[in-house]
Design a protein around this ligand. Structure first.
Ligand SMILES: [Zn+2]
Length: 351
């Protein structure tokens, strides 16, 4: 598929029809999330290499290069009931108070101006898909697609992958060092977009040609979760052998945020993408991601209080506590592993 093909999908007629509905979106991702930084140059992914030829004359197993990050067999479950799949628990309402533009696309207000906000638009799209599943009302499907098309229309191709830019400068008020200059990119948006595009690609109500386009967009986006931080832009890195998807990858003044909620939201996207494609690389990143959350749960948890928002600043954040609980339950459903249920229950008992 050509890039033109993808962009040509933007259903202008649909946009126009949805535009009349009006509606706004809520921030979804906290206002101002996502990061990126300009800078380096070079590329390549340090993902698993194929086995190199063995010098041994006997057909012994070919040596495989060790993975650059830890995995532990936390593979995506493939028999998850629909109601427990990502985003089924968050539905949009027909009438809401979210800010939107004249087309009905959710917008984000920042310092007196309206901007496209990838995570807000993606989450709004997913919430509308959820409402469509629950009601069968095509209004919600159209509105979901409108958000998806806007996100797609803003994509840029960097390092061979599709990235979705944040078009405004942003400094986090509470978490020091998170200073981004537009355009910047977030692993949360990259991962969540996989949920939106993969879910649309699997919906019978979407015309086959459009489903194929959504799949192709997802396939162009997925590699961004395998392009590490040796070059900009990047949204994933390996730290002490563990794989991280960074909601705020900023490096200045030295460390990304290691935000927990944005990471886990992105993991849901890996699961959706794996369900759509069966790609073993997606299963491996899902495994690596869950392995990281499992390893760092004790760092994430704040016994007797609200969990920490991120690993870098460790600020207990009551407004995210219930979101963290729901996300850990989601990892339990999507991996089938009981540990995440235990973690969710521990957090629940803390605050
Ligand atoms: Zn932080």
């Amino acid at each position: 598929m050509s890039r033109r093909g993808v962009l040509a999908t933007v259903p202008l007629a649909l946009a126009a029809s949805c535009a009349r509905q009006g509606l706004t979106a809520d921030p979804g991702a906290q206002p101002g999330k996502a990061p990126t930084s300009p800078g380096a140059t070079s590329s390549t992914t340090a993902l698993p290499r194929s086995p190199s030829p063995s010098p041994s004359p006997t057909p012994s197993p070919t040596p495989t290069k060790p993975l650059p990050y830890k995995v532990s067999g936390l593979l995506p479950a493939t028999d998850v009931p629909d109601g427990r799949q990502p985003w089924r628990d968050r539905s949009a309402k027909k009438v809401d108070r979210f800010t939107r533009d004249r087309y009905g696309v959710r917008m984000f207000e920042w310092k007196g101006k309206l901007y496209n906000h990838p995570v807000a638009q993606i989450q709004y799209g997913l919430q509308n898909l959820s409402a469509y599943r629950a009601t069968g009302d095509v209004f919600f499907l159209n509105r979901a697609r409108l958000q998806a098309e806007r996100v797609i229309s803003k994509h840029v191709v960097l390092r061979g992958a599709f990235y979705y830019p944040y078009p405004y400068n942003f400094s986090h008020g509470q978490h020091s060092g998170l200073n981004f200059r537009a355009p910047w990119y977030s692993g949360m948006a990259q991962g969540e977009s996989l949920s939106l595009f993969s879910q649309l690609a699997r919906l019978d109500a979407v015309p086959a040609a459009d489903r194929q386009e959504y799949r192709q967009v997802a396939e162009r986006t997925f590699p961004s979760l395998r392009l590490f931080d040796e070059v900009n832009p990047w949204v994933v890195n390996i730290d002490k052998g563990y794989y991280w998807i960074q909601e705020y990858p900023a490096l200045a003044p030295g460390a990304p945020d290691y935000t927990y909620n944005g990471f886990i939201f992105a993991i849901l996207g890996l699961w959706d993408y794996h369900l759509l494609t069966g790609d073993p690389a997606a299963a491996q990143l899902f495994d690596a991601s869950c392995t990281t959350i499992d390893k760092y749960f004790t760092n994430f948890r704040n016994p007797g209080g609200p969990a920490y928002y991120c690993r870098t600043h460790r600020i207990p954040t009551p407004s995210y506590h219930s979101i963290h609980v729901v996300l850990l339950y989601a990892l339990h459903f999507l991996s089938g592993d009981e540990r995440f249920k235990t973690y969710a229950e521990l957090l629940k008992s803390d605050a």
